[in-house]
Write a protein that binds this ligand. Structure first.
Ligand code: DGL
Length: 272
């Protein structure tokens, strides 16, 4: 199976694109809704939670895991890949969302100025700046943390008029940093839900990128380049949804993120 992990519902926007691109595989989604949001938590906690989730998905039989959460990818992925995997599961793989997104913006920008909207933790980690510098030193990333957006979306309040005001303010703060930004990356699983609001308040010459389609395309490339991993993945087109909090609420809100109704099962991860 391919495991897809997020701190909550948001990763379903990524899973949706992956399933569209690669429908034949079996997918196991895990949302840690009991402990969402990760976006304002310390590195130690985000690493601990993410490692537990990875361990859980491995035990369920996932050979490949996509961490769809930006916060977990920025704060925990490197350590999982460098320390945890080689010791525990050297033949399995855990991929994140930062690297594919950075490759895509690097190909797309012509002004070499990229805007990034994300959680506080992602901005503080500097993970996007570090990754872009590995690819192309002449590209500048301007970051804006948007701490109010995940709680608003988690509460199902995306249509509230205040949301639009808050988005406008974050965008103004971002474009005040640099007017030459030509590519805007929505670097948080939740933000595609507000895509139309972002679009209304972003200059028309700016390309807005969502991560779902980017990750799906890059995962397809990855599987072509790594037949030894691809061979281990089962292909019965099943989708299983697991959540660490009340599954009825998960199912209701998940519809907004996944685009179709789902039935989830409740599981628990040990307290840290
Ligand atoms: N999934 C998180 C991300 O993409 C957003 C929600 C959270 O803060 O946990 O950064």
């Amino acid at each position: 199976m391919i495991g897809v992990f997020d701190s909550g519902f948001g990763g379903l926007t990524v899973l949706k694109s992956i399933v569209q691109e690669l429908p034949e595989y079996d997918y196991l989604y895990l949302g840690d809704n009991a402990r969402v949001p990760y976006g304002g938590r310390s590195e130690r906690i985000v690493y601990g939670f993410t490692r537990q989730a990875v361990d859980f998905l491995f035990k369920q039989g996932c050979h490949l895991i996509v961490i769809a959460c930006n916060t977990a990818s920025a704060r925990a992925l490197r350590r999982i890949q460098q320390e945890y995997l080689p010791k525990t599961h050297p033949e399995r793989r855990v991929l994140g969302i930062v690297r594919p997104s950075v490759e895509e913006v690097a190909e797309g920008t012509t002004s070499n100025r990229v805007g990034l909207l994300a959680t506080e933790m992602v901005v503080a980690s500097g993970a996007y700046i570090r990754e872009i510098n590995k690819l192309n030193l002449s590209i500048d990333i301007f970051q804006q943390a948007c701490p109010l957006l995940v709680p608003i979306i988690e509460a199902g309040e995306q249509d509230w008029e205040g949301t639009e005001m808050i988005v406008k303010r974050y965008l103004r703060e971002l474009f005040d940093q640099n007017e030459g930004i030509d590519t805007l990356l929505l670097a948080c699983t939740h933000y595609p839900i507000l895509y139309q609001i972002f679009e209304r308040h972003t200059p028309s010459n700016v390309t807005i990128l969502e991560q779902g389609p980017i990750v799906a395309k890059k995962l397809k490339d990855y599987l072509l380049r790594h037949p030894e991993i691809e061979r281990r993945l089962t292909k019965s087109a099943t989708r299983v949804f697991l959540t660490t909090d009340i599954s009825e609420r998960f199912d209701r809100i998940a519809r907004i993120f996944y685009g179709e109704s789902i039935q989830s099962k409740l599981v628990s991860l040990e307290p840290l």
